[in-house]
Design a protein around this ligand. Sequence first.
Ligand code: FAD
Length: 537
Amino acid sequence: MLRLSEIKLPLNHTPEELPAAILKKLGVPASDLHGFTIFLRSYDARKKHNILLTYTLDIDVENEAALLKRFHDDRHVRPTPDTEYKFVAQAPASLEKRPIVIGTGPCGLFAGLVLAQMGFKPIILERGKAVRERTKDTWGLWRKRILNPESNVQFGEGGAGTFSDGKLYSQIKDPKHYGEKVLKEFVLAGAPEEILYVAKPHIGTFRLVGMVEVMRDTITKLGGEVRFSSKVETLQRENGQVTGVTLASGEHIEADHVVLAVGHSARDTFQMLHDQGVFMEAKPFSIGFRIEHPQSLIDKARFGPNAGHPILGAADYKLVHHASNGRSVYSFCMCPGGTVVAATSEPNRVVTNGMSQYSRNERNANAGIVVGISPEVDYPEHVLAGVDFQRKWESQAFELGGGTYSAPGQLVGDFIAGKASTEFGSVLPSYTPGVHLTDLATALPEFAITAIREALPAFDKTIKGFGMHDAVLTGVETRTSSPIRIRRDNETLQSINTKGLFPAGEGAGYAGGILSAGVDGIKIAEAVALSITGRQG
Ligand code: FAD
């Protein structure tokens, strides 16, 4: 197979134009082309009136060797690399102790799945409920203002990304193509095939729920075990080596290998690990608000006359502004055609985030507009001071929202002018259970408010209309990434002071997003397998 990259065609090209472009590029007759598949399709919308599709194609063609020789100097004609996933180990016939995986977010699920595929029969422990029951509890907050602290947007089967936009792209370096394994497993579990080749794939929340169940089923059939309502409350260590875990129920499970994939919201678990002496350090994260605009405004600004084209779908954006007070403001987790969701896991606190369905056809676009903060400057007191910082602003948001889990909100025009909002304009917010209009000036530290006030008009220069008076801000967006890192050894991927403990995924500070968390899960499964079979660590 040959891989051809940078084949550019107009947005509205016919199906026949694709093979024609291959033949033209290679200068071969049609009879030489036996077939082709699309490896990647992206678009270039820098010229709104002339949007181009860019393809990378794998082609089956006559005389490959001769063609490679002829195109020796052309980096866009290369042999198709072998990116098939290969397992690093197989479990021994007599496995003395099964590995434990804590958490069923994308990291824990992929660690569990790959361990199960290698025959290690992992025990996967999840504090929350199975995904269908969890969905009911999550709706309990969104519809009835009732929060279940153990079963919500952050906790339960599927982890934090289950009620999300299901964006599946990442900027991580992935030389071993683990991302491809993640996407292929998702397709086997029911994701649309197009996620394998579109440049910015997404799944949407509805499909994710079913996929998570299929993956659990696969793990179980391979001899793994997934236990819900099984919160790990303590970790046993002897002479710096993990020996097991104890659940909230009091049950003790022995293990020499424990994957810690607890996500960024497991604050009680972070505290427990810290109390037990597991090494961790504070790390930077970001805070801000969610912003909502009409999706049609974003589509028009990005795609001009091509807005609404089915290949382009609902438009996204990515914005950055370096404010004059030295802070960076950027858009985060943009959800085209989606809704803003209540994402707290703790009582009497308000946290925003975004999600969408696969169709992305809700009327508003939403994104976090967040400001970077760092432990050195903003929460230097102690390792877990970032958690205290988050809690402070989440509690403040609860109060500003009226103390009923409504989110405090303000129109962008009023926020910039520094006056409280009293009435919605043309944009109606999507956050449930509700938005309480107020003045957001005290909802975040002053430096963040100043930086966001400066950034919104600046963003309007890139996306015309972004600073529109009626766009709605809701807050607060505090769970952008983990406030800590649980440091691990680069080679064995084990905690630097606790042998047998494998900190993983977003909570440990090694991933940000579904795809990168899944990739980290695979890496960790391999590290556990190599350690159990005595080939590493
Ligand atoms: P998590 O997914 O957080 O999973 C951790 C799991 O561990 C949880 O299920 C939790 O219940 C469990 N757990 C915690 N403590 C314990 C304990 N002590 N014992 C047992 N179990 C425990 N990312 C994207 O890439 N694209 C998106 O579109 C996107 N949208 C998002 C929308 C929302 C509303 C949210 C909240 C997040 C979104 N994200 C998105 C971020 C993404 O979900 C996370 O980056 C990802 O889920 C991190 O995976 P993880 O496995 O490391 O942790």
